[in-house]
Design a protein around this ligand. Structure first.
Ligand SMILES: *Cc1c(COP(=O)(O)O)cnc(C)c1O
Length: 471
């Protein structure tokens, strides 16, 4: 469904983009990229021109080169990964952010950016019902949010043991013991690595068939060490959507003076809806939480939030100060205290606008709707012979296996074939993954446009393709 765009030649790059943007959003764009890597390199490639070109020409060329390589993750048929749909009002605010060209590093560089950010952070804590005095850093995503939470954790557990990380670094401090599930999201291992922790610092705790950390095993391992401790838990497992047992984890953390960090990239948003909030019970007792803005909240990329209960621990880990970066007047917010960056995009405008555009009820309804869609799809798929759903569908995620009943290699093969068949008409985008040694089709329902009608159509398509494959 490649589109033809007419570009007014008189209007400059901003007007060109504006005219194009509404069309892109309103029309169905391609879900799957159509161009090969080579075609894309050719389209973007060539030597850097010696002379500059007029802006609208550049933009027209950019659109022409990029479109065949775009992925339609803003479309309702996109289920391959947990990605949001970039709320249109949030996108518009994001444009303004660039138009205004603000640097949100410190209050004085943009009082408006600092204040929008401060208010959006307050709304975030409110919607997620987390401690209102917690501090929040706006990040590029959940990976960096985890990095911040774990940096605060590292400094604080060492401080409790009598070490100042700013002084001793990690090299002259005692080893810290980190506990995480064997089925944790890869980004947590990455964040730990960035922070100077390696495999010898990490104790992997077995997970159950849903990816939940085994609390008894964790308790046993924690008893065996007197080192300063950090526990990394999960709210909303990347495949299953499952939640760890937070009341037990919080009790254990308290008993051992450990820091409890929760990777809640999308799962934290279950707290926005009364129908799903109870699954997160006890999570409010953690010490830090990392979550995404660009997943369930639908903010444009890049957006994440690092939330830390102990403001001082957060600031000690992140603060960048110098005499020329003056203190914020009247308690205005200096973002440098909460993220690892100095010059920075004014992420607060898009956050503020996305929150306003959805509203508290809008966020709650969206989360509820996606979870209801997941249940509906599970209900429809369970009736099909040989279709097995491996996860308890508690959230917006399904993990599906297509099993002709001829052993696992045949099931792996059939599941892969179903992915290809489902993608073939270009109306859906699915991906498989390996989970617990099997090939699985991951279905994430997180796009704002996805509703019961899409789910019924999808279920019919799966039935038709699967029954056709078996016939
Ligand atoms: C997506 C995700 C992450 C990483 O988030 P990014 O925004 O991609 O950095 C971490 N943990 C979980 C559970 C996720 O779903």
């Amino acid at each position: 469904m490649q589109q033809v765009h007419a570009f007014p030649t008189f209007s400059g790059p901003l007007a060109t983009v504006s005219a194009y943007a509404s069309g892109y959003r309103e029309n169905k764009c391609n879900l799957h990229p159509t161009a090969s890597p080579k075609a894309l390199r050719d389209a973007f490639g060539g030597p850097l021109p010696a002379k500059g070109q007029p802006g609208d020409e550049v933009i027209a060329e950019l659109i022409g080169a990029a479109e065949p390589g775009l992925v339609g993750n803003t479309q309702p048929g996109f289920h391959a990964w947990v990605m949001g749909g970039s709320n249109t009002t949030g996108v518009a605010a994001d444009w303004l952010t660039s138009i205004w060209g603000q640097n949100a590093g410190i209050y004085q560089a943009s009082p408006a950016a600092a204040t929008a950010e401060e208010v959006a952070c307050g709304w975030l804590l409110d919607v997620l019902d987390l401690p209102r005095k917690a501090s929040v850093g706006l990040t590029t995503g959940a990976t960096m949010a985890g990095f911040i939470g774990l940096a605060a954790a590292r400094g604080e557990v060492l401080r409790r043991a009598g070490y100042d990380i700013a002084e001793t670094g990690l090299q002259f401090a005692p080893p810290v013991q980190v506990y995480l599930s064997e089925d944790t999201h890869v980004s947590n291992r990455a964040a730990l690595r960035f922070l100077g922790f390696g495999n010898r610092n990490i104790i992997e705790i077995p997970a159950d068939d849903q990816g939940r950390m085994d609390v008894a095993a964790l308790a046993e391992k924690m008893e065996m060490s007197s080192a300063p401790k950090i526990v990394v838990a999960t709210a909303g497992h990347i495949n299953s959507g499952a939640y760890d047992d937070f009341p037990s984890l919080a009790r254990l953390a308290k008993k051992h003076g450990a820091w409890l960090h929760v990777d809640a990239a999308f799962g934290l948003w279950a707290r926005a809806s009364v129908t799903t909030k109870s699954m997160t019970h006890g999570i409010e007792n953690a010490d830090s939480w990392s979550t995404d803005g660009h997943k369930w909240l639908q903010m444009p990329f890049d957006a994440g939030f690092a939330i830390v209960r102990d403001q001082d621990a957060h600031r000690r880990a992140m603060d960048i100060t110098a005499s020329y970066l003056s203190e914020a007047p009247d308690d205005g917010r200096n973002a440098t205290q909460f993220n690892p960056e100095l010059s920075r995009r004014a992420r607060g405008f898009a956050a503020w606008a996305t929150f306003k555009s959805l509203g508290r009820d809008g966020i709650a309804d969206m989360v509820h709707n996606h979870c209801a869609c997941a249940s509906l799809l599970a209900h429809k798929l369970r009736r099909l012979p040989g279709v097995r759903i491996l996860n308890d569908v508690v959230l917006n995620q399904l993990v599906v296996v297509f099993d002709p009943g001829k052993g696992q290699p045949a099931a792996d093969h059939a599941t892969q074939s179903m992915e290809e068949a489902l993608n073939a008409d270009g109306l859906h985008f699915f991906r498989t993954a390996m989970w617990h040694g099997r090939k699985v089709l991951r279905i994430s329902i997180i796009n704002p446009g996805t509703g019961p009608k899409h789910i019924s159509e999808l279920a019919e398509k799966i039935e038709k393709l699967w029954c056709g494959a078996r016939a």
